[in-house]
Design a binder for this molecule. Structure first.
Ligand SMILES: NC(=O)c1ccc[n+]([C@@H]2O[C@H](COP(=O)([O-])OP(=O)(O)OC[C@H]3O[C@@H](n4cnc5c(N)ncnc54)[C@H](OP(=O)(O)O)[C@@H]3O)[C@@H](O)[C@H]2O)c1
Length: 305
């Protein structure tokens, strides 16, 4: 008898489970799949799944661990994800973001198992928005360059790999990692001033929504998807939405026009996207305000109870 899709995909390996997005992905799949998550430095305390330590900087150990786990699907969300760290250590970024990703694709290929790679909208230069799957790529920082190189190497090694170019995501990292959103949230909550750029446009999506998208895209082998939220906003807009939600004064938000004043690496100015392809497979993102509100409600739920 032919196996159902769920049986075939029973054991999912999520690399980077200890990271921001990895947590959300593990939770998204936890109810109907057997999830194995990987961590490197930070053992996640709040994830209810099997956890395995791997170092993406050690390919022989990575290959050995993959064989031991023997997953029937892989979502690769482990990465050196902070662009400024990639600039500081280009060789480490190449090892983790490119070579480890290629090794995972080489593992998945002969087994013909679903593999999804979490790429980034930073493969674009931010000068010709809105972007879609056929837009010209032109990464301008090391992180973006290595994400693009990983896409190419993964596709060469395994043509059935799925690639999602993810946008700026928001939500609440657990454990050690932090992101712009959690920084703003914590500072505003304590009535501290936050610095935010109003010269950069993004179409952010909550990590909760991104995890849903990843689940949907995993069913489309060999496809590339540009993933984005519905609305084009600046970080100042995001900070204001958050301040309004937290009932904080907008004067706490320090507006910066020049990316150079708060960051040392190239930051694409406009990464707005056209997500027609994503819509064609059935995904319709919520409007930004709703997405933000839903995410905040998930976060604040324990306090409300
Ligand atoms: N966050 C965003 O807005 C965004 C936007 C576009 C694309 N993406 C992509 O989405 C994916 C997830 O991003 P994220 O924000 O969740 O990143 P993150 O919070 O920095 O998490 C990175 C994960 O990778 C793991 N990792 C790092 N170095 C490792 C190593 N040497 N060996 C094994 N594991 C290692 C970390 O493990 P430990 O913490 O345990 O060391 C962590 O689990 C990445 O591919 C990123 O490029 C993110």
């Amino acid at each position: 008898m032919e196996k159902s899709k769920n049986e075939i995909m029973k054991k999912i390996l999520v690399t980077g489970a200890s990271g921001f997005l990895g947590h959300y992905i593990c939770r998204e799949f936890a109810s109907d799949y057997q999830v194995t998550g990987t961590y490197n430095r930070f053992h996640p305390k709040t994830l209810d799944c099997e956890l395995v330590q791997i170092d993406l900087n050690n390919i022989p150990h990575l290959e050995e661990t993959l064989s031991k786990i023997s997953p029937s699907a892989i979502i690769h969300a482990g990465a050196l994800s902070k662009p400024y760290i990639c600039e500081e250590d280009e060789s480490l970024s190449h090892q983790i973001n490119v070579q480890a990703s290629q090794a995972i694709a080489k593992y998945a290929s002969p087994l013909n198992i679903p593999l999804l790679f979490t790429s980034s909208d930073q493969v674009y230069d931010g000068r010709k928005a809105p972007y879609n799957e056929s837009s010209e790529t032109c990464p301008m920082n090391i992180y973006g360059k290595h994400k693009l190189e990983a896409e190419v190497k993964i596709s060469e090694a395994y043509s059935r790999a799925t690639i999602c170019r993810l946008p700026l995501m928001f939500g609440h990292p657990e454990g050690e990692s932090a992101n712009f959103f959690s920084d703003i949230f914590h500072k505003l909550s304590k009535n501290e001033t936050v610095k935010a750029l109003d010269s950069e446009y993004r179409c952010p999506l909550s990590a909760t929504e991104a995890a849903k998208v990843i689940r949907l895209c995993l069913e489309h082998p060999g496809e590339l998807f540009v993933v984005a939220g519905k609305q084009r906003v600046t970080r100042v807009d995001i900070a204001r939405y958050l301040a309004a939600f937290l009932k904080k004064d907008f004067s706490l938000i320090e507006v910066h026009r020049n990316a150079g004043s708060i960051s040392s690496y190239y930051r694409p100015a406009d990464l707005a996207a056209n997500i027609g392809k994503l819509r064609s497979i059935g995904y319709n993102p919520p409007i930004f305000k709703e997405d933000l509100k839903n995410e905040m409600c998930i976060l604040l739920k324990p306090d409300l109870n």
